[in-house]
Structure formats: structure tokens, C-alpha cells
Design a binder for this molecule. Structure first.
Ligand SMILES: [Zn+2]
Length: 437
């Protein structure tokens, strides 16, 4: 008997890194937002069919640390300005604080368009000036997301955001694909009471806490002089580390902190491009060996395009170059592990039954067309992270709905967003010039 399906993908190769599976020439039936059936020849009547021959289906990519409201900084900062230490306090936060609501909306639309066109199905924003605008735009775009205020109470006076504001956000957006969460922008710009309140509320509301953690040397020094402990050690001491914590960068960890993070179940988000540019080679291989949940992040795409394939490539090459090559050990991070990091591992911060192409899981799927010169031949499809770019994604399904078909985004007006972004460019550049660096 024929089943009913919403979408039927025919004869496709499936990569499911969390299940260590590669399936060739199978059909995928999607119904009510879920993957209903995967099999050789699925008999189903579907409203929408996707021809999968020559294509690979992967779980949707998850950008587990981004800054949607920094996207307009692209190409605006010189290398010298990038060294204006610490850049987040001297340039990035003042820039966000100056954005008007209208500029924030265009910025959010541009970021969502960029993410969809690169195969990202879910994102965790680290916090910006207008999380409600982002929530609205991302909901309309069809994305899955976590939004939060840029929480700080000891930073620039015109840009203070409290845990209480996040509580309102968390309570307003607690169901659905886009949810509110808690955050600490940086321990250096948060008082003890703000940190305590954030983790208290998060525990009561069972919501994630997104934070920058162990991202620079001055932060470690700050932490040591303030508490006599390093940042991760302090959170461990307070009992704040758990599986709801999203810890971005973690570029300067001791072995003890690696153990504390790994045992807590926290998600450590490695942002490969900015790590190479601004930090170091984080101890990701040790974190993985210790059992930490390592995810990947773009860090906002202000100095690189938002493209998690690019990030995976930098991760594999960079970490192998640093931890492996000098010792002739080339098995530091396998490409399949990179794909698992960029899909399944990141999806854990959004809930269960995500990040896999498996029956019963939520249908968040990206489809790659391999019929291209740079992807032909591809003997082992699981090596795709080394060869593809985000531009190779043709179709994107989120929550069982197609949001991009044959590279046409169905939920956002691409031409209008690019036009408005171009129109906003001059006034935004003026703003950037006015920031004292
Ligand atoms: Zn960041």
C-alpha cells in the first residue's frame, strides 16, 4: 500500500556521520516534519519530489556560535584595526550598540539568507542588540535558532543588558523553532550577581546559556585576579557547567579545564577561522578524546563568509598541521568527524532527535549536487567536507519544509535583501569610522 508523504527524495546518497553510515541510492520520505522512512524503493505519494541522483544528503549544518548583527562589518576593518585589543570590546560591541532597528533587520535578513544558501539549518546567536528582530526574521526564514540579548552589566554604559531581559525573551520564545536563551557575553563585562542570576534563571527555565569562554589571555588573567581561578575552573567551582552550556572558542584551556568541560556535558564551540587569525590552535583533539561535545561555529561571518564547509576545512587542515604533521600523525580529525561536529554535535543544543538522517528524526536536511568539476569523481562520499563548499548545497529542508529549492530561497526575498544591504552600506561605514579604535 502507498503511504502519504510531504516530500520524497529519490535515489540519493545519504551521509549520516553520527550513525557512521553511508547509504547509496536510497529514498527518503518526509512526513509531518520527520523522516518517516528511508529505504531502497519507498512507495509513497508525495506533494513534492526531489530527484536525488548525483546528489548527497547530509544532516543540516549547525552554526553553533554566530553574531548575526556583525555581518555588516565585512571588509570594513583593516588588519591593524583587527589588532585593536580586545576587538570585541573596542569595536564589535560599540558597533552593535549603534545599529538602528532597521539596520538590525536588514542585518538579520542578510545573515539568514547567507546561512540558508550555505546549508545551515540551525544557528545559535551569541547575543545582539535586537534578539526579537532576529527571532522574527529567522522564524519567517524557516530557520531553527537560539537568540539572546548581548548580556553584560559592566560593559559600555549604553549597551547594558540583564539576565532579566533574557528571562522575558526565554519565556516569550519557549516553543517552536526559534527560542530565547540566556547568555554571558564575557565574564569580563559581567558582575558576579549577573553571572549568578543567569545560571539560576537558566536552571529554573531549563534553557541554554551561551557564552564566550577562555577566548583570550586577558580574560584568563582577569579571572585569576578576580576569583583566583581560571574561567572554566570558576564555573566548575560554582556548579554552573552542564549540558545546557554553549561555550564558544575555549582557545586557552588547561588539562584540568578540558576534564571539567568534558565531564559536564557542555558544548564547546570551535570557530576555526577566527581561532587561526586571532587566538591559537585550540586543544580540540584532546577535548574530543576526553568525550566533550565539540561543535563548530562561524563566529558571525564578518571576516570570512558564513560557510561551515570552509570552517570544516580549516579545522581539519589547521589542527592536523599543528597537532599531527610535525609528528607524522595525519589522523587528528577525520573528515567524517568534522561533519559530525558540524551537524549532530551542534544540534544537541537545540533538543533531541536532531542532526541525523535516520527514521524518526526531525527532517533538517541539506542536499549537495556532486555533478560538478570539483566534486567529480568523489570515490568516498564521506570525504565531502574536504571538497565541497556551501555553494554546492542545492536544496535545504528544515522541519520537513523546503526552504531552498535548486538554490532558490523560498522564504526570503534575495534581491530585496541584497538591494537594501547595498543601500545601507554607506551609512554603516560612516558609523564604523566614528568608532574610536
Ligand atoms: Zn563570538
Amino acid at each position: 500500500m502507498k503511504e502519504e508523504a510531504d516530500i520524497l527524495i529519490r535515489k540519493i546518497t545519504v551521509l549520516d556521520p553520527a550513525g557512521s553510515k553511508v547509504l547509496h541510492d536510497v529514498d527518503i520520505a518526509i512526513k509531518d516534519g520527520k523522516i518517516a522512512q528511508i529505504g531502497d524503493r519507498v512507495k509513497a505519494d508525495a506533494a513534492e519530489e526531489i530527484e536525488g541522483e548525483g546528489k548527497i544528503a547530509i544532516p543540516g549544518l549547525v552554526d553553533a556560535h554566530t553574531h548575526v548583527f556583525q555581518i555588516f562589518l565585512r571588509g570594513a576593518l583593516s588588519l591593524k584595526e583587527l589588532q585593536a585589543h580586545p576587538i570585541w570590546l573596542r569595536v564589535l560591541i560599540p558597533f552593535e550598540a549603534e545599529l538602528t532597528r532597521d539596520e538590525a533587520r536588514i542585518s538579520a535578513e542578510l545573515a539568514c539568507l547567507n546561512m540558508i544558501m550555505k546549508g545551515v539549518t540551525a544557528f545559535a546567536d551569541a547575543g545582539g542588540p535586537y534578539p526579537e528582530i532576529l527571532a522574527q526574521v529567522a522564524t519567517e526564514a524557516g530557520l531553527r535558532g537560539l537568540v539572546t540579548h548581548s548580556t553584560m552589566d559592566a560593559g559600555p554604559e549604553n549597551y547594558r543588558r540583564t539576565a532579566h531581559m533574557n528571562r522575558e525573551l526565554v519565556r516569550k520564545y519557549r516553543k517552536g523553532r526559534v527560542r530565547g536563551c540566556y547568555s554571558i557575553r564575557q565574564i569580563m563585562t559581567s558582575t558576579d550577581s549577573q553571572i549568578d542570576e543567569t545560571f539560576k534563571y537558566a536552571r529554573e527555565d531549563d534553557a541554554p546559556v551561551h557564552m564566550h569562554l577562555n577566548e583570550e589571555v586577558s580574560e584568563i588573567q582577569h579571572s585569576l585576579s578576580r576569583w583566583g581561578l581560571r574561567p572554566v575552573e570558576y564555573l566548575h567551582y560554582k556548579g554552573y557547567l552542564n549540558s545546557k552550556v554553549i561555550a564558544a572558542h575555549c582557545a586557552f584551556l588547561t588539562s584540568r579545564e578540558i576534564q571539567q568541560l568534558s565531564q559536564s556535558g557542555a558544548t564547546v564551540v570551535h570557530c576555526p577561522a577566527i581561532a587561526m587569525l586571532y587566538m591559537n590552535f585550540p586543544r580540540i583533539p584532546e577535548l574530543i578524546s576526553a568525550g566533550a561535545n565539540v561543535a563548530i561555529g562561524s563566529d558571525g561571518g564578518s571576516y570570512r563568509p558564513i560557510d561551515l564547509f570552509l570552517e570544516m576545512n580549516i579545522m581539519v587542515s589547521g589542527l592536523t598541521g599543528y597537532y599531527g604533521t610535525p609528528y607524522h600523525d595525519f589522523n587528528i580529525i577525520a573528515p567524517q568527524t568534522a561533519l559530525r561536529i558540524a551537524t549532530y554535535n551542534g544540534s544537541k543544543v537545540f533538543g533531541d532527535r536532531l542532526g541525523r538522517i535516520e527514521e524518526g528524526y526531525t527532517a533538517d536536511i541539506a542536499i549537495i549536487d556532486t555533478r560538478k568539476p570539483h566534486l567529480t569523481p568523489l570515490h568516498d562520499p564521506s570525504l565531502i567536507p574536504l571538497y565541497a563548499t556551501g555553494e554546492d548545497i542545492t536544496d535545504l529542508i528544515i522541519d520537513g519544509k523546503t526552504v531552498m529549492r535548486n538554490r532558490q530561497v523560498l522564504t526570503l526575498d534575495q534581491e530585496k535583501i541584497l538591494q537594501e544591504s547595498r543601500e545601507a552600506q554607506l551609512q554603516i561605514l560612516e558609523k564604523i569610522k566614528r568608532i574610536p579604535k
